[in-house]
Design a protein around this ligand. Structure first.
Ligand code: PMP
Length: 459
């Protein structure tokens, strides 16, 4: 029986964690998560924690669903792997594709599979440029993205993303990627003399200005998450998406919705695009597609693009060995079946989402919280040094966020820190009682953190 400390020591020695300052990560700071059920996690030190991040925005149907496990097991016995290259296909990939066409917006009926969200965005970048070349417009190559976006870790994903070092490390970005402002009212808009609505219009018109500067004949697409997730659950001002829609409608530019986080019920609709009534030409999906039970991503493609790819003589020279892996398809099918049968999307829209939001917003009265926000099952708290002057921010950006996040872990609630904000995204199956527990733990965490921060002279 290996001790918890030995496991952590081995992890320290052999496991390079993504996105981690290894020099700063002590052996015993690690959490070895060994079991999960519903919204609950257990670690090898015997702690129980509420999974306020649904794994990493994936486990929408909750942990430990035997139905998904059984479906994967049955599929593994029947046909564990076959490829989908050239002419071969198999029953689970056919069934899943039809299901996805059924829940996607009306103009989208085809899907190309990948192993992850990063691969989905990588595929999309090649696909949009190939599409325009096939349409006789090879100069349309530039993809416009937004600052502080996260679109994955491949060369294309990291280039499309706009997060600090990630966007430049390793010789990035690749050419023909352009970034515009994000519609982040609390972080950026409040510094200006604009109202929130005016700021939303301004941020949307940054797209228009970029298109004019680059030239419409050179712009292939605009990529965005309906609500930026990893960037900090950035809910745009109400004016933003209608204005972006207006700008795109009058132009020959494709719209790519990155639905890796927003998709599969997170906003209380099947997709964030549906929530904002957007009409994407392409959608990147992953995470909630299988609720994380097995790795899988995909690209949903509009009829207009599919028609071009279906023309005789056209071959999109692109594909992954594990595209449409039968076991992953089985997990996705079982996951979507649970979501439909339990009405999880409607539950978030009509019942548990509004309940969670009403409770979450009460945290705004805490002296450490400058703003609370939530859409569906997707929220954030902006931490500030002075609740009476919301223009003030902490000096050492990120420090207070990290301290508060660590207190939250210690209190048994997993939240994530993004700079000096905390974000929350629990499984969509969370009960009212569990929401109450989450809110009580978050409040206790804010109290402890507020004391600690003042003791350290940070506020
Ligand atoms: N797009 C978005 C919006 C994401 O949040 C993520 C992952 N956090 C990705 C793409 C990349 O997905 P993956 O980690 O599966 O490659």
């Amino acid at each position: 029986n290996v001790s918890s400390h030995d496991l952590k020591a081995s992890d320290h020695k052999h496991h390079l964690h993504p996105f981690t300052d290894h020099g700063a990560l002590g052996i015993d700071e690690r959490r070895v998560i060994s079991r999960a059920d519903g919204v609950w996690l257990w670690d090898t030190d015997g702690n129980r924690m509420l999974d306020g991040m649904a794994g990493l925005w994936c486990v929408n149907v909750g942990h430990g669903r035997q139905e998904v496990v059984d479906a994967v097991r049955a599929q593994m016995s029947e046909l564990s792997y076959y490829n989908t290259f050239f002419k071969t296909t198999h029953p689970p990939v056919i069934e899943l594709s039809e299901m996805l066409a059924g829940i996607a917006p009306d103009n989208i009926n085809m899907v190309m599979y990948t192993g992850s969200g990063s691969e989905a965005n990588d595929t999309i970048l090649r696909l949009v440029r190939t599409y325009w070349a096939l349409q006789g417009q090879p100069s349309k190559k530039v993809v416009i993205s937004r600052k502080n976006a996260y679109h994955g870790s491949t060369m294309a994903g990291a280039s499309l993303g706009g997060m600090g070092a990630m966007h430049s490390q390793g010789g990035l970005p690749i050419p023909d990627i352009h970034h515009i402002a994000q519609p982040y009212w609390f972080g950026e808009g409040m510094k200006t003399d604009m109202s929130e609505d005016e700021f939303g219009l301004w941020a949307a018109r940054e797209l228009e200005r970029a298109i004019e500067e680059i030239g419409e004949e050179n712009v292939a697409a605009f990529i965005a998450e309906p609500i930026q997730g990893a960037g900090g659950v950035i809910v745009p001002p109400a004016t933003y998406w209608p204005e972006v829609k207006r700008i795109l409608e009058s132009r020959d530019i494709l719209f790519i919705a990155d639905e890796v986080i927003c998709g599969f019920g997170r906003t209380g609709e099947w997709f964030g695009s549906t929530y904002y009534e957007l009409k994407p030409d392409l959608m990147a999906i992953a995470k909630g597609l299988t609720s994380g039970y097995l790795p899988m991503g995909g690209v949903l493609v509009s009829d207009q693009i599919a028609e071009v790819l279906h023309r005789e003589g056209v071959e999109f020279f692109h594909g992954y060995t594990y595209a449409g892996h039968p076991a992953c398809c089985a997990a996705a099918i079982a996951n979507i079946n649970i979501m439909k049968r339990e009405g999880l999307v409607e539950r978030v829209r009509d019942h548990i989402g509004p309940y969670f939001k009403s409770r979450w917003m009460t945290l705004e009265d805490h002296p450490l919280v400058g703003q609370a926000r939530m859409v569906g099952m997707f929220g954030a708290l902006e931490l500030v040094p002075d609740e009476n002057d919301l223009s003030k921010r902490f000096d050492n950006v990120g420090k207070v966020g990290t301290i508060t996040r660590d207190h939250s872990f210690a209190n048994g609630l997993v939240m994530r820190a993004v700079a000096d904000s905390l974000i929350i995204s629990p499984p969509l199956t969370i009960t009212e009682e569990e929401v109450d527990h989450l809110i009580a733990t978050a409040r206790k965490t804010l109290d402890v953190a507020w004391d600690d921060i003042r003791k350290q002279g940070l506020a």
